[in-house]
Design a binder for this molecule. Sequence first.
Ligand code: GAR
Length: 217
Amino acid sequence: MARLKVGVPISGRGSNMTALAEACADPGFPAEIVLVLSNEPDAAGLGRAQAFGIPTAVVDHRGFPDRAAFDAAMTARLEAAGADFVCLAGFMRLLTAGFVERWRDRLLNVHPSLLPAFRGLDTHERALAAGVRLHGCTVHFVRPELDDGPIVMQAAVPVLPDDTAGSLAARVLAQEHRIYPAALRLVAEGAVRVEGERVVHRRGWSGGGALAAPPLP
Ligand code: GAR
């Protein structure tokens, strides 16, 4: 079985990258990480990747005149590493339409909300302020608009009466770590594909419960 070769851009601690790396450590998993790429030289996730034996690179956005030049450098590093797919994992830079088009339908992101609610930053604070009863996370293919694109998988958590942004974030993050590897598996196996602006199952139906989070272990 040829495994999907995945590049993983990060900006920080890299816990989602670690969840993907743990999944990919199983030789039966249909994807492998060929490069972890950080725009932040001090990102803690770089060390975590190296502990898995994964090659790492830093492409510091501050060294480029504009977003297009930075994004082109990222693509060059990903291509040089042999990546044919990209999983953003806490990568906190806006991407140019050129980068998104280069990796169209080969670019996943994990976002800490039930999209299309709460795009952007501070999702947990905003969920608490809005008084929603359910919050969660989304794995989606990336489109040029911020936190937009065909949804592969979501997981919901209840918002509890005494939640703080921190406690809610921790509960959501645990779900991110479950659904990101599960979504990558579906995509890498070819079990799902993008059709228009939705993700559909190859075996005849689209959306719905079977693409919700997998059962709790
Ligand atoms: C995660 O919660 C991820 O969903 C979020 O940043 C955090 C990164 O944590 N990403 C975004 O907000 C992107 N829009 P990590 O570095 O430990 O994976």
